[in-house]
Write a protein that binds this ligand. Sequence first.
Ligand SMILES: NC(=O)c1ccc[n+]([C@@H]2O[C@H](COP(=O)([O-])OP(=O)(O)OC[C@H]3O[C@@H](n4cnc5c(N)ncnc54)[C@H](O)[C@@H]3O)[C@@H](O)[C@H]2O)c1
Ligand SMILES: O=P(O)(O)OC[C@H](O)CO
Length: 368
Amino acid sequence: MASAGGSMKEAAKTSVRKVAVLGGGAFGTAMANHVASKGILVSLWAREDEVVHSVNSKHENSTFLAGVLLSEKIVATSSVAEAVSEAELLFLIIPTPFIAKWLEQNQTVLPWQVPLVCFSKGIEQQSLRTPYEILVDELPGKYHAKLAVVSGPSFAKEIGVGLPTSVACAAQDLEVAKQVQLALATRNFRVYTAADVIGAELCGALKNVLAIACGASDGFGFGANARAALITRGLAEMTRLVVKKGGKASTITGLAGVGDLVLTCSSSLSRNYSVGQAMVARSLPEHKRQVPGTGNFNQDLAVAEGVKTSLAVHLLAERLGVEMPICESVYEVIHKGVDIKTALRKLQDRPLRAEHDEYQGTWVWSAL
Ligand SMILES: NC(=O)c1ccc[n+]([C@@H]2O[C@H](COP(=O)([O-])OP(=O)(O)OC[C@H]3O[C@@H](n4cnc5c(N)ncnc54)[C@H](O)[C@@H]3O)[C@@H](O)[C@H]2O)c1
Ligand SMILES: O=P(O)(O)OC[C@H](O)CO
């Protein structure tokens, strides 16, 4: 079994002695193992009894992160109250669609005096809220000052075996971001602080949708030129939505933006990219039968957040009047049953135009 790298010698100094990781999926487990590698005690809350049992008895999460040897400093529990007891940092790492319900069920036991850091990437389907917006809406005001998000190019499988990784931690309060930075940082795991919470979160959600498009393009064998174009024009779409939602264009150039987009759009380790590839591998009639609500499409692809996020992005872009043709194509294929090749070709048939427009004295990506 592979084991995580990083030792106390390499780690940034932190006063944190116990972290509660709330979510025992692949990423929660990888982050638990990472902080445990710094000598920090970790209480890992997992929803599934078999995960709790596997982590405690075999030091492995054989359901979600099989093959990674976990630190003995990790103790798994099915009790949220037990997990958060005496924790000095809380990491929330569950898929976005479940966050609101989870908070409703568990918020009474969550301490408000310690930072609550959310690692989830997505946009809630009905409300069109990001994870941070859900937290602000659902938690009482006393929690808000300590909220933070972490985003960036970070495959659980690579963190699980201690490969070098860099992420950004964004918070309204820089001191909170710095506290998280110190708790997480090792020589192999660099953490940059940031102030643009909404920008970081939207980038993390949008890259999943764009990765589906890139996986599909590669699945068709359209080549590296096409993938690079999708990534670049995808960045243009991300920029427009981020700026419209009050985020900063500079976030797009960072780890949460271009960093995560490039990673996810070019590796079959990405579940979203793999979904794009898989959609091409299926025959068209089969694909159409598997449109959500008419077959097993969602079950099949449950772990790829971009599937659900594509619908949320479609609605958000419509509401805000933002042009997002690549994301719209992904939405049409997944949620409307449009033939995938037709959708990709439609992108190529869009009117020709300048790459950038002049906007308020600066050059910005054009809208089409
Ligand atoms: N896997 C990665 O490499 C990675 C990297 C960065 C961020 N993330 C983000 O972390 C979040 C969690 O993803 P993951 O990869 O750890 O998950 P996963 O796909 O490995 O596992 C699914 C998780 O969902 C949980 N779950 C299922 N139904 C639930 C419910 N009703 N209520 C609460 N939880 C439920 C399961 O217990 C499990 O923890 C996602 O938002 C993802 O985008 C993942
Ligand atoms: O496997 P994916 O596509 O969910 O991507 C995982 C991470 O978000 C990469 O940073």
